[in-house]
Design a protein. Structure first.
Length: 175
């Protein structure tokens, strides 16, 4: 199973969520003034979505505690190799609308469930500033514990056990 393909499908679900939230036609997404689906923001939203579903954590199984929160390292390392869209430090651009809209990879149901659960937890999460999402992820025990251990060993990264994410208290709101 290719994580990168499923992640790109996750990005499709984020675009749909963004368009639902702002009542926007999807063809207007690229130029929308609130298109701030940056690398940082999509990585944070990806973690939050995965945290709602054990099956997602079985697929996306390389989360690390890093300075800006939980990061799925394999995804982060391949962000510049996406097929249908580009994610920059400021926003996302869909490069191939037809294929992006028709994209349905194997095991897409895991992403559908995860994204739906996150939307139900906090529909306005899609509108939150990326650095507020970082602060939100810093409330999670899995990040605090593992980042502290990383710093004690002179590092800025430490793997996070999936069971810890599954069992811990979850935060999906900045309030």
């Amino acid at each position: 199973m290719n994580k990168i393909l499923l992640f790109e499908y996750f990005l499709k679900k984020l675009v749909e969520w963004h368009c639902d939230y702002y009542k926007l036609n999807i063809v207007d997404f690229n130029d929308h003034e609130y298109n701030n689906l940056s690398k940082l923001k999509v990585i944070k939203l990806h973690f939050f979505a995965c945290s709602t579903n054990e099956n997602a954590l079985d697929i996306f199984d390389d989360f690390h505690a890093m300075p800006y929160g939980h990061v799925e390292s394999e995804i982060y390392n391949h962000l510049d190799e996406l097929q249908f869209c580009s994610v920059t430090n400021n926003k996302m651009i869909i490069n191939n609308w037809v294929n992006f809209n028709n994209y349905l990879p194997e095991n897409h149901e895991v992403i559908d469930i995860s994204t739906s659960r996150l939307r139900n937890e906090n529909f306005s999460l899609i509108s939150i500033d990326p650095f507020e999402l970082v602060e939100l992820s810093h409330k999670w025990f899995s990040w605090r514990y593992n980042f502290q251990k990383a710093r004690q060993s002179g590092s800025y990264s430490r793997p996070i056990n999936r069971d810890l994410i599954i069992k811990e208290e979850k935060f999906y709101s900045v309030i």
